[in-house]
Structure formats: C-alpha cells, structure tokens
Design a protein around this ligand. Structure first.
Ligand code: GLN
Length: 541
C-alpha cells in the first residue's frame, strides 16, 4: 500500500500530550499489523536538544544511532517498540542548516532563497524521508508547539501543501483543550473553536479532533464542536485524564480513534487490533498493590520530565514484578552526612542519576557511601556510575582527592577521565560518545545473569570514562569491572559482588526499556529491591 501520512498538531496550550496521543495511535495501528513510525518536528532553532538543560526541555533522549532527541521519542519507543533514529526528530535548526549548506554549495544558484518554497520544500523532504524508504505503511508526524506560534508557521505551511500533494494518503489530527471553569461549573468549547479557526486560516482543515479534558464531554457538546469546526461528528473524540499514560491507547481505541483514522486514510478497518500483551501489562498494573519505594538522587528532581526514561523504566520493572513503585526524588545538593540517614533509611532501592557538572556531586558521594555501607540495592547510571567509582576510590582505596577531571581537572587521582577521542573536541553540540555500543559482560557477574546473555547493546551519552590505569586496584579491593566495550576496552559496568545489588553502568539502560520489552537490568534491580524490602520485614518481626 502507499505510505499514509498522519499529522498531529496541537492547539490552545502546550503540554496536552501530543506525544502520548501520537504514540497511542501508533501503538494501535501497529497492533493492527501495520508498519508504523513516528517523527517529531520541533520548531526551535537549536540543531538538537543536546545542549539544552533539562530546565528548558526535560530529559534529552538518545536514539540508537546517537542522536540527542526530544523526549517524545522516548514515548514513541516505549509505546511501540520501534527504534527511532536521527531521521525521527528534525528541528528548524536542522532545516535551516541544510538549506544554508545547499545555498553555499550553489544548489540554488541565481535564485533568492526564501522560506517559501525553499524552507518548506526542505521540511516536506524531511517529512517524506522515512516514508520514501518503503518500510512504513504509516508515518505519523507530530508538529511541536501550538498552532499560532510564529515558529510553527513554515511547518504548517508544509503540511498544507502536503495535504494537496498526498490527497487521500494524508490525515490531519488536531489536539486541543476543553477547559472546565470551576466557578461556572462548565466545560468551554470556545478555545477549541478558535484553535481550529486558526488552523483553517492557515489552510488546514483537520480531519479528526482529539479533545483533552479533565471531565467527560457530553455527546451534544462534541456534536456542537464538530459543527463549528467542520469535522464529521464521529471524528471528534475526547481524551480524558487517565490514571496512567499506558491506558491512553485503550481509551483511544474505545473511542475508535484508530478506525476513524483508517477510514479517513481510505482504508476499511478489518477486525480488532491485537492488544493482548498490552492488556496483560495493564492488568498487572491494576492488580499490583504493594509499593516499592525507590529513591532517585539527582539535581533536577524538582522537574517532572528530567528523568522521564528512568521513571518509566522503574514503573515498567515494578509492574512486571507485581508491584507499584513510588519514586522519592532526593535533591543531591541537599544530601549531607547529617541527614543522609533520615533521607535514605526507609528506601528499598536507590538510583544515582546521570548528570553533568559539579553541582550536587558531593551529595551523591554521601548517598553512595551510605548505600554501600548499608547494603541497599543501588543503581548508578552514567554520572551515577562515575560517582560510584569516585566514592569507592576515596573511601575504600583511600585516595582522598580522587575525582573526575570533569569536576576537578587537577585531581591527583583521575579515576574518571576525559576519553582520549574527546580531548581534541571543542564544539559542544552532538560531540559526546553517543548512541548504542556493544558491551561484553563478565561471565558469572550479576549483570550478566540479569541480562541472561554475554553481550548487550546499550546507549551512551558521555565524555568521561573509567580510567583503566586504576582497574587492578579497584578489582583487588572488591569493585569489579564486569562490562567492557570489546573494541576499546572502555569500562561500561562496575559492580561490587559482595553486596546485594550495587551496579553502575556507564550506559543508559533506561533508553531502551519499553512496555512490551522492559530493561532486564531494571527488572533485576527491582527484584533485588523487593527482596530487600522482604528481608527488612523479617528482621523487624
Ligand atoms: N558528565 C558525565 C560525562 O560526560 C556523565 C554524563 C551523563 O551522566 N550522561 O561523562
């Protein structure tokens, strides 16, 4: 079949969950046997979000091919099990960069280079790039931002043009908000009408409306919205706040979103999507009662989306282990030797978060010493793993000034050091060691048992690395290097075998954990936290 293109735009306000709606639709289409991919077009000028701090943009997600991407790509992967790449996330910056490169090469010789047609053509080329591979029946394109933003205009103009060019192979889904005014006790449709009007002024008539709401929208009100907005009444669906984002695909199917989109794309829906494994997951989620409490020590803990993939990986691991998870966010700047006991003592497991720079680092060492000496299941990820190494060097090897050269370039014991290939790099954007690399696991180690295989591929995002000059001293003192890259011998995993679960990974296993294929390492960590909790119950009797 011809590749069908679905565009998802948003109106009224941001943060309505376009990524979740796009992912849910993809999940349903995939469960119907279609080959689907999702891409996100972000209207900002940065080439990628790699240099944005989490306060600006939440977590930076990393694809297997080493692209630093918008966190929505994490949702796409978690909901669909597809692997995204650089091609799945394009920014205004990337579009302009490629147009300007072409201009310098002389590709437009003699012509004035303009937003229309040159920028819009470049956007269209990128929108179609994945579809052109022939690998997909559906390409879902989420347009970042809100209709009415100056930045979004060229993207919406490209969508308008593509609607004509693609004819029946194109469906526009518009996500808006229906607010509930408490004082009047009323749902209000006007913002939706205005948002659709704005889209129509740009020449785009949405085919489907998804209405985000905190309250049930009566059928009569949906019909009114349909009439005002020129959309067929059966193509107005509501997306009411759900207790879990993973319920959204099911809620969307109950309202026939997948069937509506198929029909609008000229396809007669056959049968039902195969959501069996998804429903199994939701059943486990609903049946889980006992709570496991995991502490997450990091410096961006006040931000909801800063550790998105870790939060979701913990949630998936808990669900598959028949538990609920409560994540207690602990600000690393606030941890000190006087309060560490009260902050950590009732936790069942601790994660030491990834990160950059000096701020909050000493708190991570204090937390780690406490976890190591109290034998609490502890998982260090990226900077968290590096902190495990530094804490061990200081307090077990007696190298009191051991550090990473990221924090102290003059440390006498650079147990974590800048990678050799990084030393000549000066540009900040996209120059870390990024993407999936092989890691060989040591037979007999906990990490090898957790994965159940001797070699894994996991994703990286770092410049600094365990210094192999110190390896023998660490291993003699009890911290083992149990995972390494077979080509470069970079240390990817450390563990202390004598402890319950004390593992640090230089890579980020959270990026590859999905609903239907959860990370084996998170599953094993959660198992250990459960066992630890059980053991505490017995000793308390
Ligand atoms: N700042 C560390 C490095 O660059 C760790 C990065 C991270 O945690 N993602 O190596």
């Amino acid at each position: 079949m011809e590749t069908k293109y679905i565009f998802v735009t948003g109106g009224v306000v941001s943060s309505l969950g376009k990524g979740i709606i796009s992912s849910s639709l993809a999940c349903l289409l995939k469960a119907r046997g279609y080959r689907v991919t999702i891409q996100k077009f972000d209207p900002y000028i940065n080439i990628d979000p790699g240099t944005l701090n989490p306060y600006e943009h939440g977590e930076c997600y990393v694809t297997v091919d080493g692209h630093e991407a918008d966190l929505d790509l994490g949702h796409y992967e978690r909901f669909t099990n597809i692997r995204t790449t650089r091609a799945n996330n394009v920014t205004t910056g990337r579009i302009y960069q490629s147009v300007i490169d072409k201009e310098r090469r002389g590709d437009y010789l003699g012509k004035t280079v303009q937003i229309i047609p040159h920028i819009t053509d470049e956007i269209k080329r990128n929108v179609m790039a994945l579809g052109k591979t022939g690998d997909f029946d559906f390409v879902i394109t989420e347009i970042g931002g809100v209709v009415g933003d100056i930045e979004s205009l060229p993207f919406l103009e490209a969508v308008r043009q593509l609607r004509w060019e693609l004819e029946d192979d194109c469906v526009c889904v518009h996500l808006t908000y229906v607010p509930y005014i408490h004082a009047a006790k009323e749902l209000k449709t006007k913002p939706t009408q205005h948002s659709v009007k704005q889209l129509q002024q740009l020449g785009i008539q949405p085919d489907v409306l998804v209405l985000r709401t905190e309250h049930d929208i009566p059928a009569a009100m949906r019909k009114k919205i349909a009439q005002f907005c020129n959309v067929s009444p059966d193509a107005v669906v509501q997306s009411q706040d759900a207790p879990s984002i993973y319920k959204v695909p099911v809620l969307m199917h109950e309202q026939h979103l997948d069937e509506i989109v198929l029909r609008k794309a000229g396809i007669t829906p056959q049968g039902e999507p195969d959501m069996g494994p998804w429903h199994d997951f939701l059943t486990r989620m609903d049946e889980a009662r006992e709570v496991i409490t995991i502490g997450l020590v990091g410096k961006y803990v006040e931000l909801q989306d800063a550790y998105k993939s870790i939060d979701e990986s913990l949630f998936q691991a808990a669900t598959y282990n028949g538990r609920k998870v409560e994540i207690r966010y602990i600000h690393s700047e606030k941890v000190n030797p006087d309060n560490v006991d009260s902050l950590l003592s009732d936790l069942d497991g601790v994660i030491i978060a990834p990160g950059f720079g000096q701020r909050g680092i000493e708190g991570k060492f204090v937390a780690l010493e406490w976890c190591r000496t109290h034998d609490v299941p502890t998982f260090g990820i990226c900077l968290g793993m590096q902190c495990m190494v530094i804490e061990f060097a200081r307090n077990v090897l007696g190298l009191k000034e051991a550090n990473s050269t990221e924090m102290d370039p003059h440390t006498p014991d650079n147990v974590i050091d800048l990678m050799e290939e990084q030393k000549s790099i000066h540009n900040m954007g996209g120059t870390m060691r990024l993407g999936a690399y092989e890691c060989r696991l040591k037979p007999g180690s906990r990490v090898a048992a957790a994965y159940g295989k001797p070699e894994v591929m996991e994703r990286h995002r770092h410049r600094f690395e365990f210094n192999n000059d110190y390896r023998a001293r660490f291993e003699q003192a009890g911290m083992q290097c149990v995972g390494e890259n077979p080509a470069t011998h970079l240390v990817e995993v450390v563990e202390i075998p004598g402890l319950r679960w004390f593992i640090g990974t230089q890579y980020h296993p959270e990026y590859s954990s999905t609903v239907l294929a959860p990370s084996p390492l998170f599953l094993d960590f959660m198992k250990s936290a459960i066992e630890y909790k059980e053991s505490k119950k017995h000793t308390n009797i």
